[in-house]
Design a protein around this ligand. Sequence first.
Ligand code: SF4
Length: 401
Amino acid sequence: MSELQEILDRAADGGRISPEEALELYTKAPLHALGRAADAARRRRFGDTAHIATYLIDRNINYTNVCVTACKFCAFYRPPKHEEGWVRDLDDILRRCGEAVELGATQIMLQGGHHPEFGVEYYEQVFSAIKREYPQLTLHSLGASEVEHMAKVSGVSIEEAIRRIKAAGLDSFAGAGAEILVERPRKQIAPLKESGERWLEIMETAHRLGVESTATFMMGTGETNAERIEHMRMIRDVQDRTGGFRAFIPWTYQPENNHLKGRTQASVLEYLRLVAVARLFFDNIAHLQGSWLTVGKEVGQLTLHFGADDLGSVMLEENVVSAAGARHRSNRLELIHLIRKAGRVPAQRDTLYNHLVVHDDPANDPVDDRVVSHFSSTAIERGIAHPELRIVVAEAHSGGA
Ligand code: SF4
């Protein structure tokens, strides 16, 4: 038996592989053997429910595009005082939550820039207002970068910031801001962001305080293969201590409208190989999400054969990745069909990955055609937004929310 096959077999059987072995697989294993092993690891992990692949209905709500961190890959932010900067007021945020509830969303992902005036108090106000009006919504929002920023603005510790936003209604952290955690490429694409070590330290603190999260990876901004594996190694080490990462979500950098531009981008094959290696490497993280938004629906569907168990959200609204050129949109029925055509039974899940509706009979598929993902007017000028979800033209930033 070849050395590569031995590593593949061990990982498929749930054994641990080292970062060096993961790199060997990533760079040398035949694609089909890699996919087969990852799929075996997925089936092994999910046992009786391995025939199911999940999706979620959620809405990303961006409260401001004003940001002092100026990441080079980001097409969404505007610096303070820029004429295209805006802040959504609380009524607008609540209206969007109301629409999301009406369309069957279970989760809200609040995401925004690092506004120079937004400290812990701002997030306490927003989270408590949403929970008061819509207690049924799960607030899976923000991430370590926002916590670092709000704690600085308010002059409090990371621990206090997390405790307070949790008390105000935050349920879990999204894994955003991880980008790539390895220092060399991170400094090149996000020189003003906290270090990768710091990002992990904040997540570890959150996990200890009972706030779980996901972990993401934006691949394709100029990192080496070894750095891709190192990013996963850093996350796996923390997970060994906390168990607080529910999912790993790799996605590909989108090169439009930002300062990095298209000088680099991960190919579909690189992405699929990474998904498969992630399933084999993360023996301690249950869920692995395929990103149809950035790689397209067909490749998203393929990830289900490379170890992914989840296709993420319909995304009733998404502006950040779309602003950098992600042109894919979908709807609930289409995601259901994609999953079914991949040979799996689709199920709508909640943030905790509980199955809410298992679509095991096509005759009972949902018919509400309003449950579509859409581009906002901030992402594409005169973009095709669903009429009921059209975003109002952003107001000029007035210095607060
Ligand atoms: S990625 Fe986030 S932190 Fe970086 S510039 Fe964009 S909005 Fe700001």
